[in-house]
Design a protein around this ligand. Sequence first.
Ligand SMILES: O=C(O)c1ccc(O)c(O)c1
Ligand SMILES: [Mg+2]
Length: 614
Amino acid sequence: MRTSIATVSLSGTLTEKLAAAARAGFDGVEIFENDLIGSPLSPEEIGERAADLGLTIDLFQPMRDIEAVPADEFARNLRRAEHKFRLMRRLGADTVLVCSSVSPYAVDDDDLAAEQLRRLADLAQEAGVRVAYEALAWGRHVSTYEHAWRIVEAADHPALGVCLDSFHILARGSDVTGIESIPGDKIFFLQLADAPQMALDVLQWSRHHRCFPGQGDLDVAGLVRAAVRAGYDGPLSLEVFNDVFRQADAGRTAVDARRSLTLLHESAGLTAPPAPVVPTGFAFVEIATADTARIAPLLTALGFSRTARHAGKPVDLWEQGEARILLNTDTGSHRPEPSLTAVGLESPDPAGASARAESLLAPVLPRRRAPGDAPLDAVAAPDGTEFFFCVTGRPAPSEGEATDSSGFAGSPVRAGWTGDFAPAPHTPAPIGITRVDHVALTQPWHHFDEATLFHRGVLGLRPHASVDLADPYGLLRSRAASNEDGTVRIALGVGASPTEDPARGGRPQHVALVTDDLVTTVRRALAAGARMLPVPPNYYDDLAAHHEFAPGELETYRDLGILYDRDEKGEFRHCYTVTTGRVFFELVERSGGYDGYGARNAPVRLAAQHALAE
Ligand SMILES: O=C(O)c1ccc(O)c(O)c1
Ligand SMILES: [Mg+2]
C-alpha cells in the first residue's frame, strides 16, 4: 500500500521534513498546520516542493472543535473552515482531518454533531475537498472510532468519512473487529502509531510517547488487517508524536519510520521483504585497538590463544572453545582505545540476511576486502556496530577443487571467513570458556527505539521486555534481543553510565563469555593475572538474606567477586573484568534454563565500576 508520514513525526523545518520523507522513500505526507504556518514558503510553493520530491500531500491537519456547538459558535467554525479549504486548494491537499471536539462549548448530542458535520461537508464539497473525522481518545463527547462512525454514518455525506488512528483506538483497548463493518470507502484515512504500554493519562501518552509500529506494545498490524478487510485502500500513514524524534536527525528518523512500515506490511500480511534469516550463534566479536598490548594480556589471562592472523590485514584471531575474538589494529587514529566494533553472526543464509537488511534500508557496508577473501555480508547497526553474516567452519571443499596458496579452496567454496586467516603457532591454555553468551552494546539515547526495531526486523532477533537499572548517576534502560534458543543474545543499553568518558569514545560495551564452572574459571583467570571487578561486602550480606547457600559457597563468591541470581527456571553466576578502554568482559554460568542477565545485580556492578574509575 502507499506510504505516508505526518510532518509532526520528523524534526526540522517543513522543507527539511519533506526532503527527509522523500529520501527515505515515502510516497506522501500529512502536513501539520503548524509546519505550514511557520514556513517562509507559500502554500503553492510547498505543494510544488512536495511534487518535485515525488510526494503527494495526502492530508492536511488538524481542524479542531468544529462540531456539536451552539449556532453562533458553529457559524464562526464554518468561516474558519472556508478559509482552510481555500488554503488546501492552494496547497494541493484534498483531505482534511477534523478531530473530535474537546471544546467546553461542545454538547453531548450526536444529532447535532451529525448535522453540523454534514454542513461542513457541504462546504468541503464545494471547495473540492473531503473531511475525515477522527475520534481523539480524549475527545469531550466522542472518544471512540465506533462513535465517530455512527455520527459519520448518520450525517451520510459523500465528502465526509472517518479517519482511523491506531493510537486512539488501541490505547483505549477498543476491539478492532468493528472496523470491518465500516465500508472501506468511508474510511478516508488511516494513521498509524505504536506506543509502549504505560499507565499514563492518555493525552500525555499520545503527545509524548508514540513510536513507530513495531517499537511499542500495540497490535498495529491487527488493526491494519481489519482496515484492509473493510476495503480500505488509501495510504498507511505514520503519525508519531514523540519527544525524542522531535529532536533527532530527520533523515535518520524517516529511514527508521520507513523500515517500520515495511515490517508492518509484512506482519499485516501485505507485501513482504525477503524472509528473515535468524542467526544461529556468534561467529566472532571484533575489538579494535591501536595497540594489542592494551588488551592481549587480559585475553591471555582469560584463557584465549592467538590462533591465526588474517592473510591481508592486521587482524588477529583469538580463540577458546567456540568463543572467537578478533583483534583489529587497523583502526586509523580515531580509535586508539580498545572498543567493540563488529559482531559476526552465524547465519544459515548470509546472502538472504543481507538481502533482507538491504530491503529494510540498513546500511549495507562496502566489502573493503581483498580479492580472494571469503565474501562477507555486513550491515551497520544504528549505533555503528558492524554486523557480519557469516558461516564458520564450513566443511572443507572436496578433493580436486582449486586451492589457493594458503591451502584453502578458492572462492566461493572455501572454509568460510576463517579461511582468510593463516594459522599461528600457539599453545592452548584454556580456562573453561566455551562460547560467547551475549554482547552488550550501549546505544546513543536518541536511537534506542530504532535499535530495537533494527535488531528485530533486520537481524531477526526477538526483543524482550525493557528493564530500568539504577546507576549511581542515572538510570540505565536495558533491553535484550535474542534468538529462540538463546545462542545469540544482544543486550541493548542506554542511559547514564558512571564509567562513561566521552574522551574515550563513549560508554563501555561488554562481551559475556560462557563457562560451565565459573568458580574454577575465575580462579584460573586470577591466577593468570586477570584483574576482576571488586564487589562490595554489603552485596554478599544482602545475598545471604535472600538465598540459602551451601556451607562456604557464599564465601567463595565473596572472595572471587561472583554475583548470583536465580529465576523460576535456574541459577546465574557471573562476574566482570575491569574495563580496558571501552571494553570489559563478563564471565557467566547459566544453569537450569536461567534466561536473564542478572538485572538485579546490575546496580552493584555499575556502582563498582564507578568506584574503580574514580
Ligand atoms: O494530539 C492531538 O491533538 C492530535 C491531533 C491530530 C491527530 O491526528 C491526533 O491523532 C492527535
Ligand atoms: Mg491522529
